[in-house]
Design a protein around this ligand. Sequence first.
Ligand code: PLP
Length: 398
Amino acid sequence: MTKPRLSAAIERISASQTTAMTDRATQLREQGIDIISLSVGEPDFATPPHVVAAMHAALDAGQTRYTPVGGTSAMKRAAALHFNRDLGVPASADTVTTSSGGKQSIFHALLATLGPGDEILIPAPWWVSYPGIARFTGATVVPLPTRPEDGYCISAEQLAEAITPRTRWLLINSPGNPTGGVYGAGELLALAEVLERHPHVMVLSDDIYAPLIYTGEPHATLPALRPDLADRVLTVSGVSKSHAMTGLRIGVATGPAWLIRAMERLQSQSSGNPCSISQAGAVAAFEGPQEFLADWREAFRRRRDLVTERINAIPGLSTPVPKGAFYCFVDAAPVIGGKVADDGALALHLLEHGIAVVAASAFGGDLCGIAGFRISFAASEAQLNEAIDRIEKGIAEL
Ligand code: PLP
C-alpha cells in the first residue's frame, strides 16, 4: 500500500474543532443518543421564504450552469448594495467578489498574500479557522491576547507593539466569534491612528455578524469610519449568519481591486464559481425585505439573556454578557483540574451528559488565561434550558 505522504502545508493544520465536535454530536445522535448540540454557529431559524422562492425560480429557469468565477453580475450588484447600505463600506460591482462562504473568502485572501516569513496579527480568543488558514500559508500567527474586562478588544498600544516590518495583516472580527466582543467607533479610530503609521499593514475586517449587535449602538467598521484607509481593508461578509443560509455557502468580500482580482484568480483554480442557485438566493437575501432581521436579533438577545443568567448561576462557571453574535465564552477554570484535566476533557465530559460544546482552548482561550467552553445560543429557548440543565448536572459531578 502507498504510504500516506502529505504536504508540509497540510501537516501544519488540524481539522476545525467546531466542525469535529458537531460531527461527533451528529454521529452520536445517529446512534440514537440524545445530544443537544450547541457547538455549531448556525441560526436555527428557517431560511426566509423569499430566498427559498428565488432559488426555486432559478432552478426552474435552468440556472444550473457555470457563472463568472466571482459571481453573476446580479450577485455582484447585490453584494455591493449590501456593503454600502448595511455596513457603510464603499463598494462597487468591480470591487466585490463572491465565494462559497466567508471562510473561503478569507482562505483565498490569505493564500493570495501570505507566505513563510510573513506575520499576521490575530486577536485571541479567535475564530478557529483564522490561525488554521494563516498557518496553511506558511505565515506566522502572532496572537494578540484580549481580556473580558476590555470587552475582548485589543488596544492601540498593543497593536503598536505587535507590528513589525514583517506584519502583513491585522485581523478584526466584530462582533466576534467566540466572545461576542464588539469594537466601537472610538476603539477602531484609535487602531486606525496606529495603522496610519504603518502603511504596509492590511486589515481583514470580518463583519459577518454585523446585524447581531445588542447594545443599540450601530455597527462600526474601519473603512466606513476612515475611507482614506479603505484601500488597505478587505471586508468579509455573507448570508450564512444573517439570513440562516449556512448550508448554501455564499460569502462576499470587498477591498482593493488588486486583491479582489487575486482572490478571483485563485478561486478560478480552486472551486470556480459559487453555486449558481445559492447566488440567486443570496441576491434575494440582500435585495429583499430586511425587516425580519430586527425580530431575529431580538430573539437572539432574549436567548443571550437567558443563557448568561443561567450560566452565571452555576457555581464554578462564569461568562460576561456578549455584546454581539450568538456565542457565550464560558470560563470554567474553578471546576477544571480534578476529574477533568483540561477544557478538552471538560467538553468530552459534557458530551457524556448529552451536550456538545467546544473547548475554549480551540479558540485560543488558553492564550488569554481562560479555560472553559463556547456555547452557541442559536437554539430555541426550550433547547437552551434543557442544555443548561444538562451542563449544570455535568458540572455538579466534578
Ligand atoms: N467568520 C466568522 C467569525 C465565523 O464564525 C464564520 C462561521 O462560523 C465565518 C466567518 C464563515 O461563515 P461562512 O463560511 O458560512 O460564510
